[in-house]
Design a protein around this ligand. Structure first.
Ligand code: AMP
Ligand code: GLY
Length: 427
């Protein structure tokens, strides 16, 4: 089978490794990929949003399956684009339809969906520019802190947690009246703050049945002890110790099943991954957000623990035979540490030569922002490399990931050494 994988981050490196391992994978293409993905297949320099170029590639290379990594092409309707094109309709695309992708593409859509299906989430109201005054009045009577969310995709920057009513009013005005996040903040969701500990649960569905993948926790802030600016994610662990059987049963009954039934009841085509961002509020799961893809760097930890033939799993999703599949999960703990460029998530330089990329036993080096330049691997983004280590002892998994993070060298390298350490089993 010839497969096209869309994306270029650490998540896609992990997917590429897993797809390439399968005996059924004949040719693997990654668009656009990075220096690491080229070890598993052929990189093609096409943007994930250039559907016309993707079409030409699929036809020229006789592609049999497309796996979409990031949310952008899904929100832009790549699944519908294939379904509506005579020459592409026979090629399954793993990802939701444009309508399904609204679960991530519009916070207002996802909140309304949760409300319709009685899925536990924070109380909220949505406001537009026209009703800014109503929004400001709503803030007056809101408990603190207040969460403001730009409705649309804002590259992970569209959520603000305000500690005073004054700050919330200023930000709401900036978002609605002055388009702080452009189109994305034409609507703003004002939401109750949930206090608890976050985790990510991933569901794979073929539209009829589903499998819950291993849970993971990501570490979003740049600084040790989760301080400083938000990033795309600085590390992850899987499994999540507090997501025990009782908690996961609540997640399945109260959130996963109503989400799946809700999609079916509303005739929303959804074949692919659903990433449920959860807050554990005193033992009760509440949904913070849906994403319509896998997380990054959660995927690096989660995929490393999935032992199934990944192509077979994707094929089963495409053919609506997921129910017949049994998930095989490595019982070991996975710890992922992200190596980032100095200055990230602010300004940073690119083009730094990366050395000492020697693998280690029971560990993986997943490239994220890297590219090949004159036979050198050089940095090409803020998040540069994710290293994942596996061990029965979570402390050893983390130690090995840190050792590998220490070993790899590039100018300005930074990583957090405290991934997992908020959890007793990693200390
Ligand atoms: P999102 O883009 O929806 O993932 O939000 C970014 C981050 O903001 C989340 O990972 C949470 O840490 C935080 N957040 C979002 N919504 C809430 C909420 N209602 N209560 C507390 N924290 C939140
Ligand atoms: N790690 C969070 C995300 O992928 O959105």
């Amino acid at each position: 089978m010839n497969i096209l994988l869309l994306g270029s981050g650490g998540r896609e490196s992990a997917f590429a490794m897993k797809l390439a391992e399968s005996k059924s994978c004949e040719k693997l293409f990654i668009a656009p990929g990075n220096a690491g993905t080229s070890a598993f297949g052929t990189n093609v320099n096409i943007s994930v949003n250039d559907f016309a170029a993707i079409k030409s590639l699929c036809i020229a290379q006789d592609i049999n399956l497309v796996l979409v990594g990031p949310e952008d092409p899904l929100v832009n309707g790549i699944v519908d684009f294939f379904a509506d094109d005579e020459e592409l309709v026979h090629i399954p695309v793993i990802g939701p339809s444009k309508e399904g992708a609204q679960l991530e593409g519009s916070k207002d859509f996802s909140k309304r969906f949760m409300q319709r299906h009685a899925i536990p989430t924070a109380a909220y109201e949505t406001f537009t520019k026209e009703d800014l005054d109503k929004g400001l009045a709503y803030l007056e009577n809101h408990s603190l802190p207040i969460v403001l969310k730009a409705d649309g995709l804002a590259a992970g920057k569209g959520v603000l947690i305000c500690n005073s009513t004054e700050e919330a009013k200023q930000e709401l005005t900036l978002m609605l009246a002055e388009a702080k996040f452009g189109q994305a903040s034409q609507k703003v969701v004002i939401e109750e703050f949930l206090a608890g500990i976050e985790l990510s649960v991933f569901v794979l569905t073929d539209g009829f049945s589903y499998k819950i993948l291993p849970s993971a926790k990501d570490y979003k802030r740049i600084g040790e002890a989760d301080t400083g600016l938000n990033t795309g994610g600085m590390g992850s662990i899987s499994p999540v110790p507090f997501a025990d059987e009782t908690f996961l049963q609540k997640v399945e009954e109260r959130i996963v099943i109503p989400s799946m039934e809700g999609l079916a009841a509303e005739n929303i085509d959804y074949k692919g991954f659903l990433f449920i961002g959860l807050m554990n509020v005193a033992g009760e799961p509440m949904v913070i957000e849906y994403n319509v893809r896998m997380g990054d760097p959660e995927t690096e930890s989660v995929i490393s623990r999935i032992q199934n033939d990944f192509v077979e799993l994707m094929h089963a999703v495409a053919d609506e035979r997921l129910e017949s599949q049994k998930l095989l999960i490595d019982p070991r703990h996975a710890a992922t540490v992200m190596l980032v460029a100095g200055g990230y998530p602010g300004d940073y330089e690119k083009g730094k030569v990366i050395t000492h990329l020697t693998p280690m036993e029971d560990a993986f080096i997943f490239h994220a922002g890297t590219k090949l330049e004159n036979e050198n691997v050089v940095t090409n983004g803020g998040r540069v490399i994710a290293v994942t280590a596996l061990d029965h002892d979570p402390k050893i998994a983390l130690e090995n990931a840190n050792a590998l993070a220490n070993q790899i060298q590039f100018e300005g390298k930074y990583f957090r050494t405290d991934i997992g350490k908020d959890l007793a089993i990693y200390r």
